[in-house]
Design a protein around this ligand. Sequence first.
Ligand SMILES: [Zn+2]
Length: 91
Amino acid sequence: MKHVPIRMCVACRRRRPKGELLRILVTEEGFVIDPSGKRPGRGAYVCPDSPECRSEKRLRRFAGAKARALAEALAAYLGGEDGQGKDLPAG
Ligand SMILES: [Zn+2]
């Protein structure tokens, strides 16, 4: 049987297969979106398909004062309400 790694979304705390979540690299400078999920370093995960999980409010528990920057990076990467901005680099 294939092993499916499970990760937890830092916003809603749901556990999901790693492939369904978007990885965020935690660096000293801040957060970097890591779509490949392969960059070395400490990672965190959020649901890319749930706008709730990208909101500053939901991210604050995890990111604290940097929640706003993280929410903006996620919005830039994943697109806003209108789905625009997917090609913008984050971080
Ligand atoms: Zn979530």
